[in-house]
Design a protein around this ligand. Structure first.
Ligand code: TA6
Length: 282
């Protein structure tokens, strides 16, 4: 069953419920902000203080960072992580191939407003499969007469039971840019555990990550992505963010399927590029 709903402040979202999973997807940003098989252990984390306001990204779920990841390379006045996550997308179609699978497709096209921020004609579509697994597939099509370059991320906030007990494997011996240490290039040969703020872009990696939590493993597989971003703001930065509940950093970890920094993608006119992320639990 899928229903379009409106929250008290007029925020429109799609509520999806099938025999396998529940999900909520906002039309602003094509932003999935809830996914679970049972309410106790959701796949994605959502801040208790998230604002659900127009023109502000939801804090949690899967923000779509596009057509640039992080700060704009040359114009610091442009929005962090691009404009896709705060734009209003169109609900293109909903398919239900079986009782346990719902496939939602949302689209975003260039507009006079987007041209002011990024001067290219484009067509973006996000296909979200809600079932045993959660699959998000972001396709960028170049409708312009000139080639364009993008960086991008499915900025996934995963729910974890206890950040202090989490271990992430799949990033050993992969070089990363440490945003908290003057963008130094580093690597580590052991699985990652998190006991303080982390903000890293692992590059030149196509590998999947496994998040070993207390009672389950979450697998994040990816395709079309050469970077993986890992972020946890820890307590001080969480407190400084109005929309991040103070204790929330203890139950979240961003593992982002990305093409960031030097892994940018050039798309020729008439060509497309797709980035896909599949999450499931064991
Ligand atoms: O993906 C990590 C990151 O780029 C961090 O540097 C951090 O600031 C985060 O994203 C959140 O960004 P936001 O613009 O949503 O506050």
């Amino acid at each position: 069953m899928t229903k379009l709903k409106k929250s008290a402040n007029g925020f429109t979202y799609l509520s999806v419920k099938n025999e396998k999973a529940n999900a909520k997807i906002s039309l602003q940003g094509a932003h999935l902000f809830h996914f679970s098989h049972d309410e106790k252990q959701p796949f994605v984390w959502l801040s208790k203080s998230s604002l659900f306001e127009q023109n502000k990204a939801i804090r949690g779920g899967v923000p779509v960072c596009w057509p640039w990841f992080g700060k704009h390379q040359t114009q610091s006045n442009l929005p962090q992580h691009g404009f896709a996550r705060t734009s209003l997308w169109s609900l293109e179609k909903i398919d239900e191939p079986d009782k346990g699978t719902t496939i939602v497709t949302l689209t975003l096209n260039d507009s006079p407003q987007s041209m002011l921020l990024w001067p290219y004609a484009f067509s973006l579509s996000l296909t979200i499969t809600i079932g045993d697994k959660l699959v998000l597939s972001l396709r960028t099509f170049n409708k312009d007469k000139k080639a364009f370059e993008i960086t991008e991320a499915l900025h996934t906030y995963l729910w974890v039971e206890d950040i202090g007990n989490v271990e992430v494997s799949g990033l050993e011996n992969v070089k990363y840019v440490d945003s908290l240490d003057d963008s130094k290039i580093k690597s580590s040969f052991v699985p990652l555990s998190i006991h303080k703020e982390v903000d890293r872009v692992y590059f030149d990696t196509k590998d999947c990550c496994v998040i070993h939590d207390k009672k389950r493993k979450l697998i994040v597989e990816k395709f079309g992505s050469n970077s993986t971003v890992v972020w946890n703001p820890w307590s001080e930065k969480a407190k400084a963010m109005q929309d991040f509940d103070n204790e929330g950093y203890k139950t979240m970890l961003c593992i982002e399927t990305a093409n960031a920094l030097k892994n940018s993608i050039i798309i020729e006119p008439g060509e497309s590029h797709t980035i896909t992320q599949t999450i499931y639990s064991l």
